[in-house]
Design a protein around this ligand. Structure first.
Ligand code: FMN
Length: 247
């Protein structure tokens, strides 16, 4: 499949063959991840391969991802990482203050995500399936303890990669008119939302598994009814990210 068709046919995979990835394949995945662009070349991320079966089981439990972390080809934890830069500042006898503010935090989140998505795109061209695992943020302190994260690091998500046992149907994205505009911001229109609700309702009603009577609007309204993971901000603070906000 050419790269355009590969990318537009992406679906998350949650059921893998019990087949580990070769060392060569893993080295290539990390190489492409590292080859992404990086804001001011800060390269503010770490990738931790989790191999220990007990740690994999613990992460699977935290993330609520039944069998797709313990039964996969490889599992990586993607960590936004400014601790390396703190080490450099320490060597110059400088304060880490500039690293603790919101801007470098955003930079590290963007760098980490670009690296991960490079890995994802390449993995899919190799016939591998992937699923991002934001569920690791269900218990950030436990994840930090499990892998020994220092200050100024933040575990963003996991990535499980393996040979697919089964694949889901492709989910139709929002129409381009909902996300692309020219020269000016374009809010959603009722027409676009109604149309997309019909598309997604048909998808959820007829998909191969876990069929539901819902649509995108209903899902989003439920999802954002209450704040999600309200303890994330506390964890950020405990990791030394003070933000630019006064207390
Ligand atoms: C940052 C991020 C975190 C995610 N976390 C999870 C997760 O914890 N568990 C899961 O099953 N899927 C997770 N997903 C997958 C999304 O649910 C999925 O990408 C979305 O529903 C669109 O479906 P598709 O990837 O099959 O097109 C995550 C995706 C992203 C980008």
């Amino acid at each position: 499949m050419d790269i355009f068709n590969q990318l537009i046919n992406h679906t998350s995979v949650r059921h893998f063959k019990p087949e580990p990835l070769s060392d060569k394949c893993k080295a290539e995945l990390v190489k492409v991840a590292q080859s992404g662009a990086s804001s001011n070349f800060v390269q503010a991320y770490s990738i931790i391969e989790i191999k220990d079966p007990q740690k994999l089981a613990a992460i699977e439990h935290i993330a609520g991802a039944p069998n797709y972390i313990t039964q996969t080809g490889v599992f990586y934890l993607f960590v936004a990482d400014l601790y390396k830069h703190q080490q450099l500042l320490e060597q110059a006898d400088l304060s880490n203050h500039a690293l603790t503010t919101m801007e470098p935090f955003i930079v590290s989140v963007v760098d980490t995500t670009i690296a991960a998505q490079n890995m994802v795109a390449y993995a899919e061209t190799q016939g591998l399936g992937i699923c991002y695992i934001g569920g690791i943020r269900n218990d950030l302190p436990a994840i930090a303890q499990l892998v020994g994260l220092p200050k100024l690091t933040f575990p963003l998500f996991g990535l499980t990669i393996g040979y697919p046992e089964s694949r889901n149907e492709v989910k139709a994205r929002l129409p381009q008119a909902a996300i692309l505009s020219t020269d000016h911001y374009q809010p959603l229109t009722k027409q676009i939302v109604d149309q997309y609700n019909q598309t997604t309702a048909a998808y959820y009603a007829h998909r191969g598994s876990n069929q539901q009577e819902t649509n995108w609007q209903t899902k989003m309204t439920e999802f954002f009814r209450e704040p999600r993971r309200p303890d994330v901000a506390d964890f950020m603070k405990s990791q030394g990210f003070t933000g630019d906000f006064p207390d």
